[in-house]
Design a protein around this ligand. Sequence first.
Ligand SMILES: C[S@@+](CC[C@H](N)C(=O)[O-])C[C@H]1O[C@@H](n2cnc3c(N)ncnc32)[C@H](O)[C@@H]1O
Length: 277
Amino acid sequence: MRPRDGARYDATSLLAFVLGRDAAWLLAHGDAPLSGVERARFEAAIARRARGEPVPYITGVAGFFGRTFAVDASVLVPRPETEDAVALALAATAAVAAPHYCDVGTGSGAIALTLALERPDATVTAIDVSPAALAIARRNARALGAEARVRFVLGDGLAAAPPAARFACIVANLPYVRTNDLARAPDPTSFEPRLALDGGADGLDAYRALVRDAVARGDDGTLVMEGGPDTARALADLAAGAFADARVETVRDLAGLERLVVVRRERRAPSENDVVP
Ligand SMILES: C[S@@+](CC[C@H](N)C(=O)[O-])C[C@H]1O[C@@H](n2cnc3c(N)ncnc32)[C@H](O)[C@@H]1O
């Protein structure tokens, strides 16, 4: 998208927000005058965007998988790429009755709540280390009618999940940006919480812990991890080295960049070399 198109789109979104209308109404009423209050609110919103702040932090909402999620500066703005992680988790568990999912690093709850809403027979454990993020996720669960089937856990990584739970699929979009690559203002990403982005020197700190804990748990379901174009390959190598008898694949996003790492832990078929007691 050309920058001018992006600016026009953002301005349209902000005007629609200020007027409490949608983009279709704006198109049909392009000559409607603004009141003084509306004009002042629109100019304030434009000024915030001009300083780099992402539109969803100004409007307080972001779209994900066809639903609207409340967001504020304590959570990452859910990304379209992450919808692919949800789609993979749903596909991997299509044949599983009443699946139990785990979303590690739930943020706004985008992944956890979408899984719960797309699979009305599912239960979900949603973990985040940030109390402020969990408050937003809980608010979204209430608004979207999913709170009865989503258990929120404040804690550090997969280790915070109930030990006895058996997950059909663990999904994680944990921080994966190398510390030296973190964006600076006015880049919109610089407005997002560092806790959601900073993956340490090689971008894999949070994922090293996740892979270690997933191996230790021994669930035999699927693990879906979102990485960045710069880190997905190393994340796949990390997973391949850690899981014996698992198929590890990377999945590209719409831009053709390696993005998702999928670990399929299938029960090993008996081999003729097995010792039969
Ligand atoms: C990249 S954001 C993803 C948010 C959401 N899942 C999404 O896809 O939009 C990462 C989230 O992981 C959380 N987080 C970071 N380190 C964590 C840890 N060690 N344990 C649990 N959550 C963590 C952050 O607070 C943040 O909400």
